[in-house]
Design a protein around this ligand. Sequence first.
Ligand SMILES: Cc1cc2nc3c(=O)[nH]c(=O)nc-3n(C[C@H](O)[C@H](O)[C@H](O)COP(=O)(O)OP(=O)(O)OC[C@H]3O[C@@H](n4cnc5c(N)ncnc54)[C@H](O)[C@@H]3O)c2cc1C
Length: 433
Amino acid sequence: MPRHVAIVGNGAAAISALETFRAHDRESRVTVVSGEPCAAYSRVLLPYFLRRKVPYAHLFIRDAAFYRDLDVDLLLGSTVERVDVGARRLELANGGTIPFDRLLLAPGSSPVRPPIPGLEGPEVHHLWRIDEAGHLDRLFREGARALVIGAGFVSLQAAWAARQRGLAVTVIELAERILPTVLDEEGAHILQASILASGVDLHTNTRTEGLARDEQGVLRVSAEGLPHFAADVVIVGTGVRPNDHLLADHVETARRGIAVDDTMQTAVEGVYAAGDVARGPIVGGGPRAIHALWPTAVEQGKIAGANLAGARVAYTGSLSMNVTEMFGVTVASLGRFAAEEGDTVYRMDTLPGIRYLKVVLREGVPVGAIALGGPEAARALGYVRPYVRRRAPVADVEAVMAGTHVARGVTRAWAGTRPGPVNEPIRERDLCA
Ligand SMILES: Cc1cc2nc3c(=O)[nH]c(=O)nc-3n(C[C@H](O)[C@H](O)[C@H](O)COP(=O)(O)OP(=O)(O)OC[C@H]3O[C@@H](n4cnc5c(N)ncnc54)[C@H](O)[C@@H]3O)c2cc1C
């Protein structure tokens, strides 16, 4: 029976859910509500845009015709403030309401701004939304001085982009080392050497104490143990938080995401969640987790979209995987790469194009890996990924990593973490409300 499906969000999870839903159901009414004013775009490509590798128009992954063809009521620039589960309706910030029979929450996550005094003003941005990337693009003038607070995956990509655009870059990280969730200590050490070699002034184990404007209106930064310095642009990359507050009246989130079962349904009947907001099943079992990654959002969106249409499909679980190129190094990690007691660890640093390669196995089954080097590093992880995902034992790890052995039924083709086909340039007037 046709019904009204509402989708909150317009990112990777929402778009993949919408497409899958429409493949099953052309009759029901669908409303997509997005707080941002533009058609769907790729956050993954924002650093590439800042590096001038991808033009602005190529950031968009869907155009106005896409929503028209799928017969969607699209509400751009409308923020959902509350989900009234009892009345089955969304309450919008502008006072409007949207009724629904079934709902997908795909609102992603939001960056957290730490309570550093003076961390405000037109020079201060996150690298999260497309408008923020636009502001940074304008501030990235050759010779300008950039401060990057935090040395996580997104911050370092921002620092690399700033450096490539000719800015003087200082990165300040509170923790003892860079990328703690993406690399082990040895991998971090290798990347850190390349960061320093690129001319970035990197300080770990250092607290940003505050920012203040001098008489000329320039931001001056004070950081533990460093002389005061000026910044023309500040990028804040100190972590993100799932936008799970929309269902907080109905399910316990503790700001750790909305728990979903393997159909992506929340504890509320007919209400689903997917993407960065969803604490879902993971490969290999264990406690549900958020893997805030583009491929996870797409996979979960597909499952949610099918189930919203009543198809009853189950998710086999997400796998944490990061692949990027920064500071001239391809950095790739996958699954549980920190070895535990009883694991076997393989080191293979002699493969062509690889500077550091580590595979962690549990009872003969690869559970995680790290690779750094040239593009070959990403390829090597692509070879082992199907084994980790399927929990398939490996007899000859070296042959797998060298790409000379491929498991039966496993394809070598690997899409990586970049979103798939980017549209042809889209006329900008089609893109934003
Ligand atoms: C700079 C950057 C680089 C990245 N690089 C990679 C990478 O290399 N590989 C990778 O796998 N992942 C990467 N990621 C992470 C990846 O982009 C996310 O995991 C993915 O976009 C999550 O998709 P989503 O659909 O859950 O949420 P999002 O893409 O964040 O979409 C959520 C949407 O919901 C809207 N919304 C939120 N709240 C509301 C509300 N209350 N009302 C209405 N609308 C709302 C938001 O405006 C947004 O449009 C990167 C992220 C960033 C920022």
